[in-house]
Design a protein around this ligand. Structure first.
Ligand code: GLC
Length: 420
């Protein structure tokens, strides 16, 4: 290994977080869970009625995340979910679109699904749960005022508006027989979906395009919006550049070190810094290294042949074995830093819940980054190092969509004993 490469590898240590580092961040995180004017919004979800698993009837759900819009239909209790998934056109997220266009797009996807089931001309409105994965101020289950766009969204005319009211107006104007009866965050949805499967599901976590967590405080589910946490974070130059180039500079700093929308670019900036544009000419452009490429960490072959194949597929094949090793290390360090910070977040919430000694709780998790190779092992190892005990981690597939169906069903009935 050349001296220069060794120097660069040394620099990569900036991505490592020691236990004392994590404890320092944890202290700041804990204060923010209670601070006045905190960088975490700690929002009420207005979800008091929880699903029992005994709900019946046909329900629809809409799930607007960071990348895709999904419309779902399910006949409770045991029907199969039918779903349409559509990528959200970049234009609709941009400053040039209008809220009206965005809500028209959402309503149209729902109409497609209802038409497929021949329910688009029904005389009565079908109840719909709406997962809106952004920070919103709520005073009722069916009203939600957007506080700020996060992730890639900048669509004008929606901030400070009631997204439930806007969508219901659009459905009415288009004569679609459907009404949004519950709006929830995806973390809340994930926790609801988890609570049907497991007793004591106290936390819902999302780790996809963005990251966030919700927890049950004994009365209702609180949406922490932990992606906004901004204290004591160990930024590297790559993190600073990623933030500066984002549509919401200075905001969502925890999210930008952890979630899928940013991990690829952080990795790319480190690759450029350490291996350089000469070796990796096809990754010199911003956004050219996608988060999914980080799956190269899976390569356990002795000569890193999978890394080699990946690079060849992307038109770059002249890295030596040592350089391929550095390539893999960079991907791994960015991914593991994310897992360590996520573990710190869960550890802090777990401690803050002050559960009775020995009480077992479950945590529902959804999102593509959590599903990445090696991620869960690292996350669990770090939780253990931090001292987390009696916590079951449950991957909930499509928690946010299913959760919206459950929230809609729960919204229409009188309060019942919950499974939480
Ligand atoms: C962003 C949103 C938050 C959402 C998370 C995961 O952080 O602000 O509401 O839960 O992304 O999708």
């Amino acid at each position: 290994m050349s001296q220069n490469e060794q120097k660069m590898l040394h620099k990569l240590r900036q991505l490592d977080l020691s236990l004392p580092d994590l404890m320092r961040i944890h202290e700041a995180f804990t204060s923010e869970l209670h601070a006045e004017g905190s960088s975490m919004k700690m929002l009420s979800s207005c979800v008091h009625n929880l699903p029992t698993g005994k709900e019946t009837g046909v329900y629809y759900a809409l799930d607007l995340g960071g990348t895709n819009l999904r419309a779902l239909r399910k006949e409770l209790p045991h029907g199969k979910i039918d779903m349409i998934k559509q990528k959200i056109p970049k234009y609709l997220m941009s400053e040039n679109a209008s809220g009206n266009e965005l809500f028209l797009f959402i309503a149209t996807v729902l109409l497609r699904l209802m038409t497929k089931h021949n329910e688009h001309k029904a005389a009565k409105n079908f109840p719909v749960g709406f997962t809106f994965s952004f920070p919103m101020r709520k005073t009722a289950l069916n009203s939600a005022f957007l506080i700020d766009w996060t992730k890639g969204f900048q669509t004008p005319g929606v901030v400070n508006e009631d997204v439930c009211g806007l969508l219901n107006m659009m459905l009415k104007n288009l004569e679609i027989p459907a009404e949004i009866v519950a709006v929830i965050n995806d973390t809340t949805g994930t926790q609801l979906a988890g609570s049907l499967k497991h007793e004591n599901c106290r936390v819902g976590i999302i780790l996809g395009t963005g990251t966030n967590a919700a927890y049950y405080n004994g009365h209702e589910i609180i949406n922490t919006e932990w992606g906004g946490f901004n204290k004591a974070l160990p930024f590297t130059q790559a993190d600073i550049i990623v933030d500066e180039n984002s549509p919401n500079a200075g905001k969502q700093l925890f999210e930008k070190m952890i979630s899928g929308m940013y991990l690829g670019e952080i990795t790319r900036l480190w690759l450029m810094k350490v291996l350089g544009p000469k070796l990796l000419p096809n990754f010199t452009e911003k956004g050219s290294y996608e988060s999914r490429f980080i799956n190269v960490v899976e390569d356990t072959t002795a000569n890193l042949s999978q890394v080699q194949n990946f690079l060849t597929q992307h038109g770059m094949s002249n890295l030596t074995f040592e350089q391929r090793q550095i390539f893999k290390t960079i991907n791994e360090k960015v991914l593991f830093r994310s897992a360590d910070l996520l573990a710190m977040g869960l550890f802090s919430m777990w401690k803050d819940m002050k559960l009775p000694e020995g009480m077992h709780i479950n945590v529902a998790i959804d999102g593509a980054v959590y599903a990445k190779p090696g991620y869960q092992n690292r996350f669990k190892e770090t939780l253990k190092k931090l001292g987390v005990k009696n916590v079951g981690l449950e991957m909930v597939d499509d928690g946010s969509g299913t959760g919206a169906i459950l929230a809609a069903a729960a919204a229409l009935k009188k309060p019942q004993v919950s499974k939480l």
